[in-house]
Write a protein that binds this ligand. Structure first.
Ligand code: NAP
Length: 260
């Protein structure tokens, strides 16, 4: 009925892009998955040694060109420099995954300004700086592109019993930022979408292991907490041509946490 090459639709063959926070956790898993599907990938992180080790491992396992870049996403000039270095190495930028994020806080009555701002700075400002640098490059190329940012189910619900107003506010900001960018950049065929993961077992929540059964108990019966691999499908959808008609969308992948 439909004469469409479905494998090509989801393939990342010929696509080039970067993942921030790519040295570990969700970002490393995504960088690996993108390379396994044919993409050439930049692993971007604040720690070059860690990013390089991850990039080398992914290159070995997938046979793809994978390179590491150091960038503190809270610095707009470093984001611009990283994209220019990526272009010097790869020649073109087709997708950008703005995924670096941190998690620290205190209750709203106790949190100090520095701690509050540190989370907004990485999770919201940092997403903007790398997304902006990527968008500028994509406009220069004139071929469109896909910008995907990591939000969180914390953009939709308030986590309990932990008190992380700064984190929740930063992630809600990521979604509205992506929608705003989607509207402004549509005329350049640049799509901007977000993924909102539920609890994913990475270093980010490693210090809260005793909370896992508590969070599990807040989910639909029979559901489970997530692993980075559970997010691959959502990001591949947004990076690939399969999502050509999707922009300003947010995809919640949380094992049903936010529906109960
Ligand atoms: P992770 O394991 O802590 O990895 C985050 C990576 O980002 C680390 O390599 C970290 O480097 C790096 N990073 C931190 N600050 C940075 C900066 N200023 N510039 C560049 N890189 C920086 O976390 P994850 O669980 O994979 O989380 C990835 C994203 O998913 C985050 O945006 C997070 O908020 C989001 N998310 C996670 C969960 C979850 O349950 N895990 C749920 C929803 C959303 P260092 O370790 O060297 O600081």
């Amino acid at each position: 009925m439909y004469h469409m090459d479905v494998k090509k639709l989801f393939s990342l063959e010929g696509k080039k892009g970067f993942v921030t926070g790519g040295a570990q956790g969700i970002g490393a898993c995504l960088a690996h998955a993108f390379a396994a599907l044919g993409a050439e990938v930049g692993v971007v992180d604040i720690n070059l040694a860690k990013a390089s080790a991850t990039a080398e491992k992914i290159a070995q396992e997938t046979g793809r060109k994978v390179k590491a870049y150091v960038c503190d996403v809270t610095k707009a000039d470093q984001a611009e420099k990283m994209v220019q270095e990526f272009i010097a190495d790869f020649g073109e930028l087709n997708f950008a995954v703005n995924n670096a994020g941190i998690f620290t806080g205190d209750g709203v009555l106790d949190i100090d300004a520095k701690t509050f701002e540190s989370v907004i700075d990485v999770n919201l400002n940092g997403v903007f700086y790398t997304a902006q640098a990527a968008a500028r490059q994509m406009v220069r190329q004139g071929k469109g592109g896909s910008i995907v940012s990591t939000a969180s189910m914390s953009a939709h619900i308030v986590n309990r019993p932990q008190t992380i107003a700064n984190y929740c506010a930063s992630k809600a900001g990521v979604i509205q930022l992506a929608k705003s960018m989607a509207v402004e950049l549509a005329k350049y065929r640049i799509r901007c979408n977000t993924v909102s993961p539920g609890y994913i077992q990475t270093d980010l929540i490693a210090t809260m292991k005793d909370m896992l059964p508590v969070w599990g108990g807040m989910m639909p019966e029979g559901s489970r907490l997530g692993f980075p691999e559970d997010l691959i499908g959502a990001y591949v959808y947004f990076v690939s041509d399969a999502s050509e008609f999707a922009t300003g969308s947010d995809l919640v992948v949380d094992g049903g946490y936010t529906i109960v």
